[in-house]
Design a protein around this ligand. Structure first.
Ligand SMILES: Cc1cc2nc3c(=O)[nH]c(=O)nc-3n(C[C@H](O)[C@H](O)[C@H](O)COP(=O)(O)OP(=O)(O)OC[C@H]3O[C@@H](n4cnc5c(N)ncnc54)[C@H](O)[C@@H]3O)c2cc1C
Length: 499
């Protein structure tokens, strides 16, 4: 077992001091294997200076064979692949801004809002039925996990990272897994967008704030507004409604999740939201927020006809997209699609540096056109598989070039859907199943030559989803005639028979 000691950062300035709690590795003295950092104001914590002076050793630059920068969803899967392939203790460090080891982020807009998911319950890799990698797992495997540690500088030419508190780390190989952050309305200068009570959802702290805000909103009239009708907006609205709040979703498009759902599919989910008492204001553009005492009280928008309107709500959740965290690497790495450009091994333009997950722009062959283009995918399956790909490449296992079939899923209320492939606007759509029953239904997207390029399924089993996935991957040619589109299970059986 390691020992615990307290030290201060040698670079603290006059006002702030960082007190870190380190557990020292028994194998390599002076190498922290797990760390929690707290920041104190010196005037609030007179002991901080003393701790700094009494530090038993100074922090020299620590070198690791591999560092993962960003301890989010992808990092847990990369760590798992390293361990499965013989990683030795002391070789890997994960450095992350969040105070937690990697967890399955999608839970935040689903089980977390219902009180069902709490850490350590949803640490990676439980999302695929794998082992739950709680902090002890990393300790046992000899993996250093630096939580609450923001990397302030990445000097890729010198293979060095500098943490916000001045601590320096160096590596032989680096995996960038910095993910993405929510796009904020303040970035567009929306008046009042900085008021309290306006929430975004990306991490556990955001989710905790939202859970507390839901309870407060119930006391204060029970209203909530959601800005954005995409994945996050739909899931959060469902979570708020399930918590008994009167929810209104405000969005500029003409239907929910318009990027993916056809009007027919969207109508099914909109009926469900309606039945759950969730209002939808379509064609609406948010123009600002009003409030008192620094707290939001209402949302202002123009409706579809351009008329200014106002919606009272002391709780607003915004889900209008995400931005990849690339700033540390601008000018050092080639970029594409707003992210870090990688090849089929997840290798960037700098040797020994890899990128995975939301931040990586990888070469994807379009199922619809056969063209290859660099794209980013902000979806958990890609984060898991790209993490495994980079880890294998680093270990010299020479995996075949990354071959990814886009896959999205969501769960709202009691419904749950999956989608594979692409939904090009010029494809022929073939709806199937009983959308009135809203049990097992979906849509197929047929591209040139009647080839299946995308498939959506609501309410099917895992085996049904696997059939759809295989059918899209095979680009099955599907003459529409002869398909019994009235039944979801008949369509799945038909696809299965053609594989
Ligand atoms: C609320 C929510 C619900 C979602 N639901 C679904 C879903 O249903 N289905 C689906 O497919 N996908 C879903 N996603 C997307 C999925 O969670 C992401 O694709 C996945 O988390 C990406 O993993 P990642 O490791 O690339 O990035 P992240 O999980 O975002 O991890 C990045 C980590 O890097 C850290 N970091 C960034 N910069 C620094 C720095 N300078 N120094 C130190 N650390 C840093 C961040 O703090 C973070 O911990 C959802 C996302 C959210 C936010």
């Amino acid at each position: 077992m390691g020992v615990t000691c307290k030290i201060g950062s040698p670079t603290c300035d006059r006002q702030w001091c960082t007190v870190a709690r380190l557990r020292l590795s028994p194998q390599k003295h002076n190498v922290p294997i797990f760390r929690q950092t707290r920041h104190f104001r010196r005037d609030c914590c007179p002991k901080a200076r003393e701790l700094y002076v009494e530090a038993p050793f100074s922090i020299a630059m620590t070198t690791y064979k591999i560092i993962i920068l960003g301890g989010g969803n992808a990092s847990g899967y990369a760590a798992r692949t390293f361990v499965e392939n013989g990683l030795k203790a002391g070789e890997l460090a994960i450095v992350t801004e969040e105070p937690y080891c990697a967890y399955e982020r999608p839970a935040l807009s689903k089980g977390y809002l219902l009180g069902a998911a709490r850490l350590p319950g949803f640490h990676t890799c439980v999302g695929v039925g794998g082992e739950r990698q709680a902090p002890e797992w990393y300790t046992e495997k000899g993996i250093t996990y630096l939580t609450s540690s923001r990397v302030a500088k990445a000097d890729l030419a010198n293979k060095a990272l500098t943490l916000e508190d001045g601590e320096a780390l160096s590596y032989e190989q680096l995996i960038i897994a910095t993910g993405a952050r929510p796009v904020k309305l303040t970035e567009f200068g929306v008046p009042g967008a900085d008021l309290g009570g306006i929430h975004y959802l990306r991490d556990v702290r955001d989710a905790d704030d939202l859970v507390a805000a839901m309870a407060a909103a119930k006391e204060a009239g029970g209203k909530a507004a959601v800005v954005g009708g995409g994945y996050i907006g739909m899931e959060v609205a469902a979570g708020l409604a399930a918590n008994g709040l009167a929810v209104t979703i405000v969005f500029p498009e003409d239907r929910l999740l318009s990027r993916l759902l056809t009007p027919q599919l969207a109508a099914v989910y909109e009926r469900l939201y309606d039945a759950k008492g969730v209002k939808m204001i379509k064609g609406a553009k948010v123009t600002g927020f009003d409030g008192a005492d620094g707290k939001v009280a209402s949302l202002k928008y123009t409706d579809a006809s351009g008329t200014p309107q106002q919606l009272d709500s002391s709780l607003v959740v915004v889900g209008v997209g995400a931005r990849p965290n690339v700033e540390l690497f601008l000018g050092q790495l080639e970029m594409a699609a707003g992210g870090i450009k990688v090849d089929g091994q997840m290798a960037t333009s700098v040797p020994g540096v890899y990128a995975i997950g939301d931040v990586a722009a990888f070469p994807l062959t379009s199922v619809a056109t056969g063209q290859v283009a660099h794209v980013r995918q902000e979806h958990v399956t890609h984060c898991r598989t790209s993490a495994a790909q980079a880890a294998k490449a680093i270990l010299g296992l020479s995996p075949p070039s990354y071959d990814y079939l886009p896959y999205f899923y969501s769960r709202v209320f009691a419904l749950s859907w999956v989608f594979y492939g692409e939904a090009p606007s010029d494809a022929t759509t073939l709806h199937f199943g009983d959308t009135d029953e809203a049990k097992c239904f979906g849509c197929l997207w047929l591209g040139a030559g009647g080839k299946l390029v995308g498939a959506f399924l609501e309410g099917g089993s895992a085996d049904d989803a696997a059939v759809l996935k295989a059918a899209v991957a095979a680009r099955l040619a599907l003459p529409a005639e002869g398909l019994e589109v009235g039944s979801g299970s008949a369509v799945v059986a038909h696809l299965k028979s053609k594989l």
